[in-house]
Design a protein around this ligand. Structure first.
Ligand code: UN1
Length: 495
C-alpha cells in the first residue's frame, strides 16, 4: 500500500510495529481513499499492553488527582489547538458531516476539561461512628488497569469519555478502538502523548475485537472494562468479564422515539426529527429511529417532513452545505439496505428514500437516501436497531398510546416528547422507559456534564459522563480511625 502512512501500537510510551504483524487499512467511506495502515494486534500485544499499564499503575495512582487533572487540561489544549484538523479526520474516516466532525472533537474537549475538574473533587464521605473517638470516612481509589473498548460513531468523543474518566481516577488504560476509525484513535492517543502522559499510563492496541478485545476482557490484571457497541458483543463481553468478576460497564443500542403530540410546536418538532433521525446518518445510539405522531397531526406533520426531505442534501461530508454524508462502511450500508428490504417485505409503506445513491461521485462511497417508512408498531423496523438513516413513522391515538408504543421495545436509551402541556411533559419524564428524556428537543445532543446511559438492553445499569462517571472507575474504601486508645467493639460494647 504505497503512500499510506503506517501507524503502530502505542505500548509503554512507544509507537511500535511488532515484526511480522498483519496490517489493516481504513478508508474514507465517501471516496474509498485509504487513510492509514494499522497493526492488526494479537493477543500477545494486548497482554504486553496490560503488563505496561500494570507497571505504570502505582506511580499514576500515587500522583495527586489534581496533578492528573493538569495533564488532562493539557490534553484538552492540544485537542482544541488541533480541533479543525482532527475534526476533518473524523469526517474523512467516519463520514459524518464536517460540523459534526468538529462537534465530535468538541465533545472530547468538553469532557476532558470536565474530568480535569474532578481531580479536585473525587469526594468521599465522612460518616459518624457509633463509638467514642472514632472517625469514619470513605475514600475513592482507582481499580487498576482498565480496558476501554470503543465504537466508530463518535471516534474521538467516546474514547475520551472513557479514557479521561479512567485516568483522572488514577487507573491506567489499554484502549482498543473500533478498527474502521483507527486513525481517529491514533489522533486521540497522540494528544495524550503530546500532553506528556507518562509511559504505560495510556496504551493503544488496534486490531480485531475477537482477538484484542477478548484478550483484554479475559486478562486477569484488567479489573474494569468500559464497552460501547452492539448488544450481542456487549453481552459476550459481560459474560466473559463475569467469569473473573470484573466490573463491566456497557453502553449498547437504542431504538429512540420522538413523540409529537397534537399540541406540539410542529415546525420545532420537524427540526428535531430531521436532526435526530438523519444527523450522523442515523448512526448514533441516541438517533431518533421512531417518530410517533398523534393521529390528529399525523398527515400534516408527515407532509411537512417529506417536503423538507425533498430538499435534503446528501453528499460530500466535507462540504458545509451537505446535510447528510455516507454511512460509515460497506457493512453498515449492507445492514441498512437489508432492513429496508425487510421493511418492504413486512408491508411498510415507503414514504421517502429507500435507495442507495448512485452515479458519479456517489459510486465511490456508501451513500444512502434518508428513508422514511410508515409502519405499524410491532414490525421489525419499528423495534430493531438499524443504526442508519431509516425512520419508522407510527400513529398514536393519544398520549397513553404513544407512551405504550414508545416503551414497547427492548431498548431504553433516549426519548423525546414535543408538547406544550406541562403536565403531559412531566408525565412523560416519569413514564418513558429510557435513561434520557428530552422535552421539546431531539433525542440526540447529550452534554458531557450529565449522566449518559440507558435502561433495558441498552446497558447494565451504569452511567458514563457527568460526575457519576467516576463510579465506574473507582472502588470505595471505607476507613475507620480509632483515636480512643482502647479496643472498642462495634455492636458489642456496653450501650
Ligand atoms: C452515542 O451515539 O453513542 O447525545 C453517543 C448524543 C451525543 C452522544 C452520542 N452527544 O447524540
Amino acid at each position: 500500500m504505497p503512500g499510506t502512512t503506517q501507524h503502530g501500537l502505542f505500548i509503554d510510551g512507544t509507537w511500535e510495529s511488532p515484526a511480522g504483524s498483519a496490517r489493516f487499512v481504513t478508508r474514507n467511506p465517501a471516496t474509498g481513499e485509504e487513510l492509514g495502515s494499522f497493526v492488526s494486534g494479537r493477543a500477545e500485544d494486548a497482554n504486553r499492553a496490560v503488563a505496561a499499564a500494570a507497571r505504570a499503575f502505582p506511580a499514576w495512582r500515587d500522583t495527586p488527582a489534581p496533578k492528573r487533572g493538569e495533564l488532562l487540561l493539557r490534553v484538552a489544549e492540544v485537542l482544541r489547538h488541533r480541533k479543525e484538523e482532527i475534526g476533518r479526520v473524523v469526517t474523512m474516516e467516519m463520514g459524518k458531516v464536517i460540523a459534526e466532525g468538529r462537534g465530535d472533537v468538541q465533545e472530547a474537549i468538553d469532557f476532558v476539561e470536565y474530568m480535569a475538574g474532578e481531580g479536585r473533587r473525587l469526594a468521599g464521605e465522612t460518616i459518624p461512628s457509633e463509638l467514642y473517638r472514632k472517625f469514619c470516612m470513605t475514600v475513592r481509589q482507582p481499580k487498576g488497569v482498565v480496558a476501554c473498548i470503543t465504537p466508530w460513531n463518535f471516534p474521538t468523543a467516546i474514547p475520551n469519555w472513557k479514557i479521561a474518566a479512567a485516568l483522572i481516577c488514577g487507573n491506567t488504560v489499554v484502549f482498543k478502538p473500533a478498527s474502521n476509525t483507527a486513525l481517529c484513535a491514533v489522533e486521540v492517543v497522540r494528544a495524550y502523548e503530546e500532553a506528556g502522559i507518562p509511559a504505560g499510563v495510556l496504551n493503544l492496541v488496534t486490531g480485531p475485537g475477537g482477538v484484542v478485545g477478548n484478550a483484554l476482557v479475559s486478562h486477569p490484571k484488567v479489573r474494569a472494562i468500559s464497552f460501547t457497541g452492539g448488544v450481542e458483543t456487549g453481552r459476550d463481553v459481560y459474560v466473559r468479564g463475569a467469569q473473573q468478576l470484573k466490573m463491566v460497564h456497557l453502553e449498547l443500542g437504542g431504538k429512540n422515539p420522538q413523540i409529537v403530540m397534537d399540541d406540539a410546536n410542529l415546525p420545532l418538532a420537524l427540526e428535531g426529527v430531521l436532526f435526530g433521525a438523519f444527523g450522523t446518518s442515523g448512526q448514533r445510539c441516541t438517533a431518533t429511529s421512531r417518530l410517533i405522531l398523534h393521529e390528529k397531526v399525523y398527515d400534516e406533520f408527515l407532509a411537512m417532513l417529506l417536503e423538507r426531505l425533498a430538499k435534503f442534501r446528501v453528499g460530500d461530508p466535507l462540504d458545509p452545505a451537505t446535510d447528510m454524508g455516507p454511512v460509515a462502511s460497506a457493512d453498515q450500508e449492507k445492514k441498512v439496505l437489508e432492513y429496508i428490504a425487510i421493511a418492504h417485505s413486512e408491508g411498510g409503506r415507503l414514504a421517502f428514500g429507500g435507495k442507495k445513491r448512485t452515479g458519479g461521485a456517489f459510486d465511490r462511497g456508501f451513500f444512502l437516501e434518508p428513508t422514511v417508512f410508515e409502519t405499524s408498531h410491532g414490525s421489525r423496523i419499528s423495534k430493531e436497531e438499524i443504526f442508519g438513516p431509516v425512520l419508522s413513522v407510527m400513529k398514536a391515538r393519544d398520549y397513553e398510546d404513544a407512551v405504550r408504543i414508545a416503551n414497547d421495545v427492548d431498548y431504553g436509551l433516549s426519548s423525546s416528547i414535543y408538547t406544550k402541556d406541562v403536565n403531559r411533559a412531566f408525565r412523560a419524564v416519569q413514564e418513558l422507559e429510557a435513561g434520557i428524556t428530552y422535552v421539546n428537543a431531539p433525542t440526540i445532543g447529550a452534554e458531557v456534564q450529565l449522566p449518559f446511559g440507558g435502561v433495558k438492553n441498552t446497558g447494565n445499569g451504569g452511567r458514563e459522563a457527568g460526575s457519576v462517571a467516576i463510579e465506574e472507575f473507582t472502588e470505595i474504601k471505607t476507613v475507620f480511625l480509632d483515636f480512643s486508645n482502647h479496643l472498642q467493639k462495634a455492636q458489642i460494647d456496653p450501650r
